[in-house]
Design a protein around this ligand. Structure first.
Ligand code: DGT
Ligand code: CA
Ligand code: CA
Ligand code: ZN
Length: 574
């Protein structure tokens, strides 16, 4: 059990005592809980050395309770308290802005003893009958419940990333912070994040903490300590912050970027070398002398390692590769010369062909592929053969009108039908510059059938890229089943690429599959699947996913120059 879990038990004790109207005691338990959270040392170690009462706010009675929790994993006192109140009341207490007095009032006046009952009452406008409640507070309660319900759920990287950037921007301007970075799963580029971790290197942590809790989108301050704090944002996302001395910046960044498994491996490596590694630095075990800490490079060097990109820090062989100086050079966003998957108003996108060309060239691209849906996908206003022929002319016309500023590739995201045939005949496909083949229906066929479907499409000779190859939607739809090895091997023989679809809820191929693709010598094509021009920025998440799959520039199709890429596509058309 870690310090935070023990603290949570005392917070709950305090909450129940509050509900019961007990004076003073709740605050005492809360003070103790806060100290436990902020404690840098491990509780079990302190307990073993009989030093629990050294902790501020922890007296004999709380110390005894801590001992019991560490020994048994629970607290009998809390069990006894829990039995004295309706279980749902505590949940109500966790709604932002509802304190113990209000919770008791709601219970006594309206008999509300669960979150569902509270929600119903607020929706039916029954709360406004209570003294001190009005329309506004009913709305607030509903919003609070929503926040609570989304709490603990993982968020898409693509949703969390802009929020983290905004919080960091706020710290830079409000507290003139210089060293600031996201850590945790967000910095590692994981497809979903549990919470946002932010690290700051600064001499005056108090100023940083004050600025942090005053971030306008904070809905609840969960904890505010001298060097670490946690808040809940409107919408339920948790943000943790930690401030360290600039001289520990690198060590703290390593520590809080994780992953936990990566940290365990490098710490063990340190121990073997007679070193101690923590969030403050690297120390010689015998002399206690600090030998590194200011930068990540220094910290890793002290351990005999090369700096590893955060996306690799998942303990999947990166430490060994680093020790042998065999780390791959990963693809970077600026290596991408063009977006290969973009929709327009011709199917289910919103922008014009011209607006896509403008936005792509504003992003420094040399080329962009217009790939609207094909005829079978009726709900997306998929293009018929006639409309597609018309669009091809328009795309080439727009390219000419642009005066060669950007190469516009006329393409299509062609449906792969259940039997593996394509949604357009070759007489239509032959006039396209680029073809993405995608599965959009009948996801539930057998593994054998789906494998055959994909291989048939690959073998047709018309497909350049298989779009979102596994079909998953994160948190909503599982990937369809197929034999990836067989499909990759067919793709390799035909020179077909696998897409890394960069849309935040797809990221398909995902990281591990990118690595498989590389092992199978299949190139990936990073595309955004943008349906509006701002979404061209999603490319960042596709690149991150490729990096998590250890891909280098040469493993990615669209790092080719326009000239080479066009020649490559023409060769395939023959
Ligand atoms: P998440 O938030 O579930 O998406 O995943 P992370 O990796 O962001 O995990 P989080 O937020 O619990 O902690 C952030 C980083 O702090 C984590 O990646 C590594 C470090 N860390 C947290 N707890 C521990 C721990 O008990 N031991 C070690 N070595 N590192 C830890
Ligand atoms: Ca995290
Ligand atoms: Ca965290
Ligand atoms: Zn699609």
């Amino acid at each position: 059990m870690d310090n935070r879990e023990v603290a949570a038990i005392f917070y709950e004790v305090a909450d129940i005592l509050d509900l019961q109207g007990v004076a003073f005691k709740p605050n005492a338990y809360r003070r103790a809980a806060r100290s436990l959270e902020e404690l840098e040392e491990d509780l079990s170690k302190m307990a073993a050395e009989n030093r629990l009462t050294d902790i501020p706010g922890v007296g004999e009675s709380v110390a005894k309770k801590i001992q019991e929790i560490l020994r048994t994993g629970e607290l009998s006192y809390l069990k006894k308290l829990r039995a004295q109140i309706p279980a749902g009341l505590l949940q109500i207490l966790s709604v932002p802005d509802i304190g113990p007095k209000t919770a008791m009032l709601l219970y006594k006046e309206l008999g509300i003893e669960s979150l569902d009952q509270l929600k119903d009452a607020a929706k039916a406008h029954r709360l406004r009958d209570i003294k001190g409640f009005g329309e506004k507070s009913e709305e607030k309660v509903l919003q609070g419940i929503q926040t609570l319900e989304s709490k603990g759920k993982r968020m898409l990287l693509g949703e969390a990333y802009p929020i983290a950037s905004d919080v960091i921007g706020h710290l830079r301007s409000a507290a003139s912070v210089d060293l600031a970075s996201a850590g945790g799963s967000l910095r590692r580029g994981k497809e979903t994040v549990g919470d946002i971790d932010i690290l700051v290197g600064d001499e005056s942590p108090k100023r940083v903490m004050d600025a942090f809790v005053s971030y306008p989108k904070v809905s609840e301050v969960l904890m505010k300590g001298p060097t670490k704090s946690s808040v809940l944002l409107k919408g339920g996302l948790q943000v943790d912050i930690r401030v360290v001395e600039p001289s520990s910046w690198g060590a703290a960044l390593v520590y809080f970027t994780g992953s936990k498994d990566h940290n365990v491996v490098i710490r063990t490596l340190g121990v073997q070398k007679g070193l101690k590694l923590n969030e403050y630095g690297v120390f010689e075990r015998d002399s206690g002398k600090k030998i590194a800490g200011a930068t990540e490079e220094d910290v890793y060097r002290a351990l005999g390692l090369r700096w590893m990109p955060p996306e690799m820090r998942e303990n999947t062989g990166e430490v060994e590769a680093s020790a042998r100086d065999e780390l791959p050079v990963l693809v970077e966003q600026h290596d991408i010369r063009g977006d290969l998957h973009v929709h327009t108003e011709w199917s289910d996108g919103v922008g014009s062909i011209e607006s896509v060309l403008d936005s792509a060239s504003a992003r420094g691209y040399e080329y962009v592929a217009i790939t609207d849906h094909s005829q079978s996908l009726k709900i997306t206003n998929g293009l018929t053969a006639d409309r597609l022929r018309n669009q091809v002319d328009k795309v080439h016309g727009a390219e000419e009108a642009g005066g060669g500023r950007i190469t516009a590739l006329a393409g299509s995201e062609v449906d792969i039908k259940p039997d593996g045939s394509l949604d357009f005949p070759s007489s239509v496909l032959k006039d396209l510059d680029i073809v993405i083949g995608s599965v959009h229906s009948r996801f539930k066929m057998s593994k054998e059938e789906m494998t055959k479907r994909l291989v048939t499409a690959i073998d047709s000779g018309w497909v350049d890229i298989i779009g979102h190859p596994t079909g998953r939607i994160i948190g909503e739809r599982d990937p369809y089943e197929f034999d990836m090895e067989k499909v990759f091997s067919a793709a390799r023989s035909s020179g077909v690429s696998m897409e890394v679809n960069s849309f935040p809820d797809r990221l398909d191929l995902k990281d591990a599959h990118c690595r498989l693709a590389k092992e199978s010598k299949v190139k990936v094509a990073i595309g955004t699947d943008a349906h509006r021009t701002e979404q061209l920025d999603f490319i960042r998440f596709g690149v991150t996913t490729a990096r998590r799959g250890w891909l280098g520039k040469a493993d990615v199709l669209n790092t080719m120059s326009a000239k080479d890429f066009v020649a490559h596509l023409r060769r395939r058309r023959r």
